[in-house]
Design a protein around this ligand. Structure first.
Ligand code: FES
Length: 391
């Protein structure tokens, strides 16, 4: 772990004003930071102003989680991987059923599966939205500065470094976020834009050994939902909506859920309560927009005909195509074998879309993901896409 300064910087006059307000907030709250001195900001391009938070931890997330896991196991905890929960029967002792039909009875159940798969309980599907963002690890020719940088403008840019397994440093570049299923460009182009940015400002690219994308969940007011799934004596708890701050919000969630289960007071109970009233103007706007988007996708997906046919697909290409007059999700693998699925999402029925960067079927409504064979990768859907047998 190293200690780094974390900066948020502006490149436009609109966000310049926001940074001023942010600096005032730092001062009011007595945070360890404030306005960044221009000599401290080591960005290789023009910027207007910046705030800095000093002495922030930069660490390897997997090593951190491995440490937590080892401690959990040492204390007698058990972890079952590849075990999908598909149902929760409530009661004094809720019962969780797995895809294979096994049942687990427990005093408390915590649903922290990103988008709750039993979301009809608290209508979470209407109160959450999911965004995808992209990241590259790039070997560049110029010196990579210390510090962690986030811009306040669009498109978003996150700049920092990681030690490379082969020695030296890798530039980590993140950004190009968009609501899942609503990218203005092909998913691969999001990576290309990040690569261009690194190439332009960091002396040219030697190679890009790693790239990945992530899906992050946001609540209406951007504060996570942590607590009882529904108010009352519910023994089913939820934690979600970490809004890209999973390491910190996940830790806050663990502390709060522990107190809830042990009936101990916690000053953050109300703040994170999933049943809190969120009906402030900004939240209402977000609620209306999200649900209008879902309604639009439901209609648009069904009404949209495809012009492409199965024969149009090249190797390693996927798309919605027409087969025997029906719309079908098709992926042709490198050997030329076609994998056909029904493109209707098993969560609430929106049409899925092909993601050419990760070779998955992604749902634009609540961000369920399925692999090219139609198997669930990420919920809230718990059932695989149906195979298309008609070709
Ligand atoms: S994830 Fe909700 S309809 Fe697909």
């Amino acid at each position: 772990m190293t200690s780094q300064s974390a900066y948020v910087y502006a490149t436009s006059s609109t966000t310049e004003k926001e940074i001023e307000k942010e600096a005032e907030a730092y001062e009011r709250l007595g945070l360890n930071g404030g306005y960044a001195a221009s000599g401290d900001v080591a960005l290789p391009f023009e910027w207007k102003n910046a705030v800095v938070m000093l002495d922030q931890a930069q660490f390897h997330p997997v090593k951190y989680l491995q440490g937590l896991l080892a401690e959990f196991l040492r204390l007698g905890g058990k972890v079952y991987e590849q075990t999908r929960a598909v149902e929760i029967e409530k009661g004094k002792q809720p019962v969780v059923t797995t895809k294979e039909g096994h049942q687990i009875k427990s005093k408390h159940v915590i649903v922290s599966s990103h988008f709750p798969f039993n979301d009809f309980d608290g209508l979470y599907f209407s109160r959450l939205h999911v965004e995808r963002s992209y990241a590259l690890a790039v070997r560049v020719r110029s010196e990579i500065p210390d510090g962690m940088y986030l811009n306040a403008d669009k498109p978003s840019r996150s700049i920092r470094y990681s030690p490379s397994p082969e020695g030296g440093k890798l530039l980590l570049l993140g950004g190009e976020g968009h609501p899942v299923g609503h990218s203005k460009q092909e998913n691969l182009q999001n990576y290309e834009k990040l690569a261009d940015f690194g190439d332009r400002y960091f002396g040219g690219t030697i190679d890009i050994p790693y790239r990945w994308s992530s899906q992050d969940i946001f609540t209406l007011d951007k504060v996570p939902y942590i607590g009882q799934m529904r108010t009352g004596k519910d023994c089913v708890l939820v934690s979600t909506g970490y809004a890209k701050w999973g390491m910190t919000n996940g830790t806050a969630a663990a502390l709060l859920l522990k107190d809830l289960i042990l009936h101990q007071a916690n000053p953050y109970n109300e703040l994170f309560d999933p049943s809190r009233s969120e009906w402030k103007p900004a939240s209402i706007k977000s609620f209306v927009k999200e649900n209008a988007n879902v309604a639009k996708e439901l209609v648009k997906g069904k009404a949209r005909r495809q012009d492409r046919m199965l024969a149009d697909l090249g190797p390693d290409e996927g798309a919605l195509v027409m087969v025997d007059g029906k719309k079908v999700g098709a992926y042709k693998d490198v050997a030329g074998h076609c994998h056909l699925v029904q493109p209707t999402c098993t969560h609430m029925g929106c049409d899925v879309e092909w993601n050419n960067a990760e070779r998955s079927w992604d749902c634009p409504c609540h961000a369920s993901r399925f692999n090219y064979k139609g198997e669930v990768i990420e919920g809230p859907a718990v059932k695989d896409l149906s195979k298309f047998e008609g070709a």
